[in-house]
Design a binder for this molecule. Structure first.
Ligand code: SAM
Length: 260
């Protein structure tokens, strides 16, 4: 069982700002990797926060240069070279990375490009990958939209996973939800025909939005003949946010669509 690394938080120096964190990990993930050459727009994530534990910090220092990637939006990635020719699945918003590591361990012939902005999670996933001896995981830091738009070639991906994206409950925040028509159009353009898009959420209104938006895409078809939700596939482990949602009595919906 792949689980979160448990160790104590490293106190940040008195008065340290988030920008200072780069100083803690000089070879690690950058605070704003795409920088000011990219437009300002509504984002689907909160600023990364949370303390980095000593184990996560150690993993960031040692493993980021080898397995980490800042999303600077400046060049198209050579995924064949990064993953030794394996098919590549993009996971957006891996959180602490437990489910990512478990799925990567269960399917070593698939490369997993895992993206999030959450520094402790990046360290956690790197540590898990090392502990489990995984060579098929790369950790990308920054906005998945910039990654898709600027750094992935059309048809370059063999799959897309979005598990428990931030639900943005309040109406005035709905525009921040990741799964929207524009996003789906961009994502579909980066998938090869036959690639699967797998989403899951425990927030019913967001599940309905996902079903509507994915169904409306001319590039995708629902793998469910009845056009509805898919029962949770065995290969998707329970995630941290899912466990919390189930604890609150929420129903989880999976959606699996195929690129035409
Ligand atoms: C609610 S958490 C779910 C984490 C994990 N999948 C789970 O189920 O435990 C959503 C994650 O998506 C990340 N995220 C949201 N929008 C993103 C984006 N545009 N690019 C990269 N990461 C993003 C957030 O930082 C957050 O860690």
């Amino acid at each position: 069982m792949v689980s979160e690394q448990n160790d104590s938080p490293v106190p940040e120096p008195h008065g340290a700002t988030r920008a200072d964190r780069r100083l803690q990990f000089p070879e690690g993930p950058a605070v704003d990797p795409a920088g000011s050459h990219h437009e300002r727009r509504i984002r689907s994530f909160r600023p990364r926060r949370g303390r980095v534990t000593s184990g996560q910090g150690d993993a960031l220092r040692r493993l980021w240069p080898k397995w980490g990637l800042d999303i600077d939006g400046r060049s198209v990635l050579d995924l064949d070279e990064m993953f030794g020719g394996r098919p590549v699945v993009l996971e957006i918003g891996f959180g602490m990375g437990e489910a990512t590591a478990q799925m990567a361990a269960a399917d070593p012939d698939t490369g997993i490009l895992a993206v999030d902005v959450h520094t402790p999670g990046q360290g956690n996933l790197l540590a898990l990958a090392e502990r489990e001896g995984l060579d098929n995981v790369r950790v990308a830091n920054g906005d998945a939209i910039i990654l898709l738009r600027e750094m992935i070639a059309p048809g370059g991906l063999d799959g897309l996973r979005i598990f428990f994206p931030d639900p943005w409950h309040k109406k005035r925040h709905h525009k921040r939800r990741l799964v929207q028509p524009e996003f789906v159009e961009l994502a579909a353009s980066r998938l090869r025909p036959g690639a699967l898009v797998h989403c899951a959420t425990d927030w019913e209104p967001y599940a309905e939005q996902m079903l509507e938006v994915l169904t409306a895409s001319p590039d995708l078809e629902n793998t469910r003949p009845d056009g509805g939700y898919t029962p949770r596939p065995d290969f998707r482990p329970l995630t941290k946010f899912e466990t919390a949602g189930l604890g609150k009595g929420h129903t989880v919906h999976d959606l699996v669509f195929r690129r035409r």
